[in-house]
Design a protein around this ligand. Structure first.
Ligand code: ZN
Length: 94
């Protein structure tokens, strides 16, 4: 097994960043888009910068593009993040 470069691309701005710097979103029960703070939940995951701009981009794009999960519901944690975006630099208590 080769070493995995733990970089992921932000779904919103397409910048590559260290996985730890990104927010992982996962799809629960095939219908709820939710934050995965531990980045360990199985299934398809999306990565997003923990920045207001990218969170806003997700919110805006979600209503237009199927690839952004137009049919998905937003989980409570993610909804909270979209409503109160991180101020930046703060990794929270997770
Ligand atoms: Zn981004």
């Amino acid at each position: 097994m080769n070493k995995i470069i733990r970089q992921r691309t932000c779904r919103a701005c397409r910048k590559k960043k260290d996985k730890k710097e990104l927010l992982r979103l996962t799809i629960l029960d095939k219908k709820i888009l939710e934050v995965d703070p531990g980045q360990i939940k199985p299934g398809r995951g999306w990565y997003l910068c923990q920045e207001e701009a990218c969170l806003f981009c997700l919110k805006a794009a979600k209503s237009r593009h199927k690839s952004f999960g137009r049919d998905l519901e937003i989980g409570p944690r993610l909804k909270n993040l979209l409503t109160n975006p991180p101020a930046g630099g703060d990794h929270g208590q997770n």
